[in-house]
Design a protein around this ligand. Structure first.
Ligand code: GLY
Ligand code: MN
Ligand code: MN
Length: 457
């Protein structure tokens, strides 16, 4: 409760000259009369912690008044859905000074607007408000971009309360990874492994996943956002799991890649070691003042060196990075911010910086203590890139396409941890899932009766 109150106070300090109005999410129809499972909007969660649909929050910074509005429900609603908190119960449960039913919103807003000229509300909230009472915001100028910027800026730096929520999301996800990895046998289907992962998250009390789980084996592991999860896991292949649960909206996002048989082959070990070394080096370098773009270039450089060592790339390493050849094997960024959204805002316009590197990167931010970021390099053998005639022409001097041919069907390897940038020194790694080769093999060895590699009945 205090965490969300502090967020309301912080946004009031940033936007002291206007009323701040947020509309919570509403259920979304899926088909017929069935709705998607409801998930509250991230900004609304950030300022309220309220997971119920159809609520509003009004913050009046000058009068230091925060009001939560909750929908009025009739007895039929209670018959089908059970108890719904009264305004007084909601006020106490969520730590607001005042909670009212939503039919009071327009009249409260009309009174509160005295003394203000600005309304900080996004377009959707303005539209919904106009539908309730077209004149409620008269005399106020809406500044949605300023609200977006303030929230992005605040949400980038996680406080102690948020770190506790992220830590729980990560630790449950970690335990679910261990259970899923220990369950894998050749011959199983990808979705059976997914079921073990998701059941473990649920069993430990987390209700939602932060995104759709990826369980990809063999060549599927080279599909970056593979969601089929319906293939049989063949002997000798790699399995990549990229998944995460969320806790009160706060996400985990972890990836591990491991051999279905419990032992890496020499070739798998070679590629895995390059990714792991790059991942550990970037984690160590993720410190305050460092540019995210430089971390990306660092990972590209290490991967280019590694692939050159394997004879898959040739030529000068900085040329392989700047010229884009390494992107044939590593076609995504080093990571992203993590928080209420799995791809969390990167700090607002003020924190975005020019890209000083010679390689294109999606966003450039300078790391600050309290940023939570993922570090997720990878190496993939992607037919769509390696077979593309334009790539074969453009990179014939830097890629050994004939040698890459031997890796057809290998898939890809990604290793992803969630880390908190510390005030000084290396970051705090929230992820507790084995990633060293020996530790992965140990986890896989413990789970299996010796000599048996049969799939369970
Ligand atoms: N799971 C999506 C990502 O790693 O960004
Ligand atoms: Mn991921
Ligand atoms: Mn990620």
């Amino acid at each position: 409760m205090d965490t969300f109150l502090q967020h309301r106070l912080a946004v009031s300090r940033k936007l002291p000259d206007g009323l701040i109005l947020l509309a919570g999410g509403s259920p979304v129809l899926r088909n017929g009369d069935v709705c998607h499972p409801f998930r509250q909007g991230s900004d609304f969660l950030y300022l309220s912690g309220v997971e119920e649909p159809d609520c509003w929050v009004l913050i009046d910074p000058k009068r230091r008044r925060h009001t939560l509005f909750i929908p009025k429900v009739d007895s039929t609603h209670r018959v089908w859905l059970g108890h719904v908190p009264s305004p007084d119960e909601a006020r106490k449960a969520y730590g607001f000074q005042r909670a009212l039913q939503t039919h009071r919103l327009a009249s409260v807003l009309r009174r509160a607007r005295r003394g203000y000229r600005v309304l900080y509300a996004d377009k959707a909230a303005q539209r919904r408000m106009a539908g309730i009472d077209a004149g409620a915001c008269r005399g106020l100028t809406a500044r949605p971009a300023a609200l977006r910027d303030a929230l992005d800026c605040l949400r980038a730096v996680k406080d102690a309360g948020e770190l506790a929520l992220l830590r729980r999301a990560s630790s449950v996800t970690g335990l679910a990874f261990r259970a899923a990895m220990a369950s894998v046998r050749p011959g199983m289907f990808e979705h059976e492994v997914q079921a073990v992962f998701e059941a473990e998250c649920r069993r430990r009390g987390l209700k939602r996943l932060a995104f759709e789980s990826i369980v990809a084996s063999g060549a599927n592991s080279a599909v970056l956002h593979y969601h089929g999860n319906d293939q049989r896991i063949r002997k000798g292949s790699l399995v990549l799991i990229d998944a995460g649960a969320e806790h009160l909206g706060y996400a985990a996002d972890i990836t591990r890649t491991f051999p279905v048989d419990g032992r890496f082959t020499a070739r798998q070990r070679d590629v895995y070691s390059i990714v792991l070394d790059a991942q550990k080096a970037v984690i160590d370098a993720a410190r305050p003042g460092v540019l995210s773009a430089d971390l990306h270039v660092r990972s590209m450089t290490m991967i280019a060196e590694g692939l050159k060592g394997l004879g898959l790339l040739k030529g000068n390493v900085s040329g392989l990075v700047e010229g884009g050849a390494v992107r044939l094997f590593y076609p995504h960024g080093i990571g992203h911010m993590l928080g209420l959204d799995v791809h969390d805002p990167s700090g607002g316009r003020k924190r975005r910086l020019p890209n000083p590197t010679k390689v294109p990167v999606r966003f450039v931010a300078k790391l600050e203590p309290g940023f939570v970021v993922t570090v997720e390099p990878g190496i993939y053998f992607i037919p769509a890139l390696l077979d593309d005639p334009a790539n074969r022409r453009k990179f014939r001097g830097s890629v050994h396409f004939a040698r890459a041919e031997a890796f057809r069907g290998f898939g890809g390897i990604r290793i992803e941890d969630d880390v908190v940038v510390a005030r000084s020194g290396p970051p705090l790694d929230l992820t507790d899932v084995p990633k060293e080769i020996a530790d992965v093999e140990l986890l896989m060895a413990i789970r299996r009766p010796s000599g048996s590699s049969r799939s369970p009945a």
